[in-house]
Design a protein around this ligand. Structure first.
Ligand code: ATP
Ligand code: MG
Length: 456
């Protein structure tokens, strides 16, 4: 006898649902990021979720982990080989070329907010679908622009109240700088190939600079004493790096140099940077990372065109905000809860809810024909400040009862002035609350508001 069971579906491994509380933090982060990007002159772009797989193979680089092991690739019914986007930069550069944006004033500044897909080993801070807010400034190679992009990342973090982050900075030179440097680096690790992590052994050949920031305990001991790219930059690359640092200093942006900071994608040249929590070093904590990619557009079939950008992981940023107690307070959006009592009152309650929403008051009803007591219990949990009790007897006389859910005070209001009266009441309460908050701020000794950035 077969017992029929219905499968309980779960999110695929390495993915999760963004629930309303999470969504509220994401929106909070995004609104700050978008506002800062707008103030720096960025327009917004949204490329499709999938592209020709070849774009990423060329743009991100054959031999990178992303292309080799992590892409979600599929053939569509027409036989095209497509991939869910594993990062945003290649798509935005493709769009820059496709739409002839080199004819616009340079740099072209584009920001985006996109889901990113990578077949990674799921762990805390690392999932198979994450969301990035990113920016790209394409068409100009100027140290001032590098500093501006880093400044934007820093401003976003500051505007969210995050004061305990730090910027890590490095220059990884360009192809020419690396021609001289990479053989030295390979020679340094070569005698230890049998001892370092197997994954890193593979990298030794195809992306040897990645060994420098390997987090694997088997590789780490051999990082000490490795030659550093910053000691092997040509004078012009060195001068560019110095200029980026001077601009950052002029802007008052703190940074720490990390000569072994390299990035996981092939296309980076010169400036690379990360924003990380000041206290925790290690993987899975970087909230924002980026750099200059002067070779990328040529790799994907365009003329030589410089660019710089960053990607910020929203999930990691949200986690960090929560840890720092900086997640915004959630509000349900509901100001008024409408309870109905007696014959025909449910229709009146629906009508009242509609009228309130039309004037911008958040309103909800108790559904399911429950007792008044149950409805009021629900009202108390709804986050609403006021309840409207629409009783059949009151309604017959064109009025309802309004109840303050905090003080339990009640009074009657005529239906024709209900919206207006509720609005007054809600505004009064908001003003009271605001003055209390304001007095508290004035009372506090510390002049350090979370949004103030140290200027010196
Ligand atoms: P990591 O070193 O953590 O693997 P990465 O170098 O792969 O990061 P980027 O490709 O530059 O990261 O992505 C930019 C940002 O996106 C990261 O700094 C991080 O905040 C976030 N991010 C990257 N991969 C993931 C992931 N698998 N899950 C969650 N967030 C991620
Ligand atoms: Mg990664």
């Amino acid at each position: 006898m077969s017992k029929s069971t219905t499968r309980q579906f779960q999110t695929p491994r390495g993915t999760r649902d963004l629930l309303p509380d999470d969504y509220a933090i994401h929106s909070h982060i995004l609104s700050h990021a978008q506002e800062e990007a707008r103030l720096a002159g960025f327009g917004f772009i949204e490329p499709p979720t999938f592209e020709h797989a070849e774009l990423f193979a060329r743009g991100v680089g054959e031999g990178t982990d992303i292309v080799e092991k992590e892409m979600y690739i599929f053939d569509d019914r027409g036989g095209d080989r497509l991939a869910l986007r594993p990062e945003g930069t290649a798509s935005v550069c493709r769009a820059y070329l496709q739409h002839g944006m080199s004819n616009l004033i340079q740099p072209v500044k584009l920001a985006y907010h996109l889901p990113i897909f990578r077949y990674e080993r799921p762990q805390a801070g690392r999932s198979r679908q994450h969301t990035q807010f990113g920016v790209e400034a394409i068409g100009v190679r100027d140290a001032a622009l590098d500093a501006e992009v880093i400044d934007l990342g820093w401003r976003i973090a500051q505007s969210l109240g995050l004061s305990e982050l730090k910027i890590l900075l490095n220059s990884i030179g360009d192809v020419q700088d690396r021609q001289a440097y990479v053989p030295l680096l390979k020679a340094h690790f070569e005698p230890h190939l049998n001892q370092i992590a197997p994954d890193d052994r593979g990298r030794w050949d195809r992306a040897p600079m990645r060994l420098l920031d390997s987090k694997d305990e088997r590789t780490r001991p051999f990082q000490a004493g490795a030659p550093l790219i910053t000691d092997h930059l040509r004078p012009e690359s060195q001068a560019y790096y110095e200029s980026v640092k001077s601009h950052l200093e002029a802007l008052g942006i703190p940074y720490e140099e990390r000569p072994n900071l390299v990035r996981g994608l092939d296309y980076y040249t010169h400036t690379v940077f990360e924003i990380v929590p000041a206290q925790v070093e290690g993987s899975q904590v970087t909230v924002l990372a980026g750099g200059r990619y002067d070779g990328l557009i040529e790799q994907i079939g365009g003329p030589p065109t410089p660019g710089i950008g960053f990607g910020m992981g929203l999930e990691r940023m949200a986690h960090h905000l929560r840890e720092q107690g900086l997640a915004p307070e959630m509000s349900s959006g509901i100001d008024v809860f409408i309870a109905a009592l007696g014959e025909g009152s449910d229709i009146a309650a629906s009508r009242i809810a509609g009228e309130l929403r039309s004037v911008g008051i958040g309103a909800t009803l108790a559904f399911g024909g429950r007792s008044l007591k149950a409805q009021l219990r629900q009202a108390n949990r709804s986050g609403a400040r006021l309840a409207v009790i629409a009783g059949a007897r009151d309604l017959a006389e064109q009025r309802v009862t309004v109840r303050d859910l905090q003080s339990s005070e009640q009074w009657q209001v005529n239906l024709d002035v209900l919206a207006e009266s509720l609005m007054d009441q809600l505004l009064d309460e908001m003003i009271d609350e605001f003055s209390t908050d304001f007095e508290q701020i004035l009372d506090e000794d510390s002049p350090d508001l979370p949004y103030t950035q140290a200027q010196d």
